[in-house]
Design a protein. Structure first.
Length: 275
């Protein structure tokens, strides 16, 4: 049996042994309701999905974590069962919603915040603004605040073409959110490096170049920019780990055990810091 097959078999066995029934929870906002789910007991892990992705993408990770952690997932405004006020959402608006989920479902706990792609950007920014609420941070192939500036320096025409292609296939609500996000990441201040908080971090970076790249980030040139952005991001943290994986962008779906290992490592690091 190959190492990869063994990993998947072990993950499946852990999932069967540790699966817990998820409880649906509503988080009320001023003009809409966010739908969240939580399962398990123990250290609280809050998951933030990538752009346009729902909370179900974390189900294999949560199952493999087992009932010894309390996993919290939710759908961002306008997605899944969550409502919306009809306005395109800025980074700040999404951070406010994330803060409400944490405050409502884990008011007395420091949480481990896990974010993928755009969710990784949100997790990073939340950590910068509210480090006192976190035990640690797990960033799964995250978007960085300065990546569009770096990608435009590499190939501005390709970035514009990718934007047009994405806007042509996204549903209207997500297209509006994407345009708002792009405007924020293209702003001059997005190129300024951010100061990172003193929390343990586990950063996971994908290295696979797509056989038929859909966007610049999947090309050899784009992947070099991506890795450089992640190296710069990690350099801003005082403690943690940065690992590379020969997978595509969705590491948590291709290798959920890697995310479980990262969560446990961050948990242990936070615990050792206390003692």
């Amino acid at each position: 049996m190959s190492k990869g097959v063994k990993t998947w078999v072990m993950a499946a066995l852990i999932a069967v042994a540790g699966a817990a029934q998820a409880d649906g929870v509503s988080v009320e906002r001023d003009a809409y309701t966010l739908k969240a789910e939580q399962a398990g007991t123990g250290p609280v892990v809050v998951f933030e999905s990538g752009f346009g992705q729902g909370p179900d993408v974390w189900k294999d990770v949560i199952a493999a974590l087992g009932s010894g952690y309390r996993g919290i997932t939710y759908a961002r405004a306008g997605q899944g069962g969550s409502g919306s006020d009809g306005q395109a959402k800025t980074i700040d608006a999404h951070l406010s919603d994330l803060g409400a989920v944490i405050s409502n479902l884990a008011p007395a706990d420091k949480v481990i915040l896990v974010g993928h792609s755009y969710g990784g950007l949100l997790a990073t920014e939340f950590a910068r603004r509210h480090p006192e609420r976190l035990q640690g941070l797990v960033l799964v192939d995250p978007t960085t605040i300065g990546q569009r500036h770096a990608l435009k320096q590499a190939d501005s025409a390709r970035v514009q073409a990718d934007d047009a292609k994405l806007l042509g296939i996204l549903p209207p609500t997500l297209a509006a959110d994407y345009q708002t996000l792009v405007a924020q990441l293209d702003a001059p201040d997005a190129a300024t490096p951010r100061t990172m908080p003193d929390v343990p971090v586990a950063l996971l970076t994908s290295t696979q170049v797509a056989a038929k790249p859909f966007v610049l980030e999947e090309t050899v040139q784009g992947k070099a920019v991506w890795k450089a952005q992640h190296a710069m991001l990690f350099a801003g943290f005082a403690r943690g780990s940065h690992r590379y994986f020969a997978t595509g962008h969705n590491i948590h779906r291709e290798d959920p055990a890697a995310i479980v290992d990262a969560i446990r490592t961050v948990t242990d690091s936070a615990a050792s810091a206390v003692h």
